[in-house]
Structure formats: structure tokens, C-alpha cells
Design a protein around this ligand. Structure first.
Ligand code: ZN
Length: 113
């Protein structure tokens, strides 16, 4: 990693990456992930609904519906965490490599790399 130095005070030890996109990415990724997980269109995430429906089918009818609901919810949660993780990662990448805005903890200056 190349060294980033504050243009105002010349220090490099108290710099913080301003993570604007990372936060947005986490929220958007989490939202999209939960929807994708709930509807189970993505690969793997629909397993929750299928397993839930199967367990629920022990009590036919109502159990199946409840099972799909619970399983779908589990899928939504799994989707949320997967989506949030990807969104967080992508957001952090954009923050670091595209926007690259930093704040200096010493003199409080904000600057672009
Ligand atoms: Zn500074």
C-alpha cells in the first residue's frame, strides 16, 4: 500500500478513510440481499424456504405455509447478510479506489488522495 500523507500537516499516522459509499453499499446490499433471499431467486438462498417448507410439511397445509414463511424469512436474513457483506466490500473498494477521500485526525483536514 502506497503511503498517503495529509497535504496540510504532512502526517500519515492519523488518517481515516471516509466511508460514504461503504455505508450506502452495506444498506443497499442488505436491502437487495433480503429481497433476493426472500424470493429465493438467487442461487442457494432459496434453500431456506425449501427446507422450511419440508419441515413444515410434517403438519400438512398450515405447516407448509408456516414453513415457507419461516424458511423464507431465514432466506431473507441470509440474503441480507450476504448482500450487506458484498455491498460493504464493494462500497469499501469504491471508497478506497474511486473516491479515496480521507480525513486527517491531527488537523481535521479532508482531502482526496
Ligand atoms: Zn493533517
Amino acid at each position: 500500500m502506497d503511503e498517503i500523507v495529509c497535504p496540510k500537516c504532512g502526517r500519515s499516522d492519523k488518517l481515516f478513510l471516509i466511508s460514504t459509499i461503504q455505508k450506502i453499499g452495506t444498506a443497499v446490499g442488505g436491502g437487495v440481499g433480503s429481497i433476493a433471499g426472500y424470493f429465493g431467486r438467487g442461487s442457494g438462498v432459496c434453500a431456506g424456504a425449501v427446507i422450511g417448507a419440508r419441515i413444515g410439511s410434517i403438519v400438512p397445509g398450515v405447516g407448509t405455509v408456516a414453513g415457507i414463511a419461516v424458511g423464507g424469512l431465514a432466506g431473507a436474513f441470509a440474503g441480507f447478510f450476504t448482500g450487506a457483506a458484498i455491498g460493504n466490500y464493494v462500497g469499501r473498494y469504491i471508497d478506497k479506489n474511486v473516491i479515496a477521500q480521507y480525513r486527517c485526525g491531527r488537523c481535521n483536514a479532508t482531502f482526496n488522495r
